[in-house]
Design a protein around this ligand. Structure first.
Ligand code: GDP
Length: 139
C-alpha cells in the first residue's frame, strides 16, 4: 500500500551534520521525499507534537530536547513507507536497534536518537498536518 509518513532529523542529527546521511539512507531505500524543511520548534510546539507522551517521565526532557535547535522535517512516500522507514531508523533504544539502522549507527542515548518516524498511518496523518500545509506537499 502506498503510504506517507512524517520523518524528523532531530536537533542532535542536524547539529552533528547527519542530514545528508539520513536523506541518503531514505533515498537508497527507494522512498521518495515529497516535502522537506528546516524548523526550530518552540517548547510549546514540541509539546503539541509529542502530546501522546504527556504525563510520561521523559515528556519534559524530550520536549526540551526537540526545541533545543533546528530539526529537518520531511514527508516520505512509498510502498509501506511507515514500516519501512521505522525499520531504517531502528528501535527507540539504540542499544536494542538492529545493525545497520540509523539509530544503531548514530544515536548517543535513548533520547538523542537522531530521527523520528510516525508509528502508524493514523499518527502520520496527524504529524504531517502538524508541520505541513497542503501547498507544501508535492509529488
Ligand atoms: P519512537 O517512536 O521510537 O521515537 O519512540 P517513542 O514514541 O516511544 O518516544 C518518543 C521519543 O521520546 C524517543 O524517540 C526519544 O527521543 C524519547 N524517549 C523515549 N523513551 C525515553 C526515555 O525513557 N527517556 C528519555 N529521556 N527519552 C525517551
Amino acid at each position: 500500500m502506498l503510504q506517507r509518513t512524517l520523518a524528523i532529523i532531530k536537533p542532535d542529527g542536524v547539529s552533528r551534520n547527519l542530514i545528508g546521511t539520513v536523506v541518503k539512507r531514505v533515498e537508497d531505500e527507494g522512498i521518495k521525499i515529497v516535502a522537506m524543511k528546516m524548523i526550530h520548534m518552540t517548547k510549546e510546539q514540541a509539546m503539541g507534537f509529542y502530546k501522546v507522551h504527556e504525563g510520561k517521565p521523559f515528556f519534559d526532557s524530550v520536549t526540551n530536547f526537540m526545541s533545543s535547535g533546528p530539526c529537518v522535517v520531511m514527508v516520505l512516500e512509498g510502498e509501506e513507507a511507515v514500516t519501512r522507514y521505522r525499520k531504517l531508523m531502528g528501535a527507540t533504544n539504540f542499544k536494542e536497534a538492529e545493525e545497520g539502522t540509523i539509530r544503531r549507527d548514530f544515536a548517543t542515548d535513548i533520547e538523542k536518537n537522531v530521527v523520528h518516524g510516525s508509528d502508524s498511518e493514523e499518527n502520520a496523518a496527524f504529524e504531517i498536518g502538524y508541520f505541513f500545509s497542503a501547498l507544501e506537499r508535492v509529488g
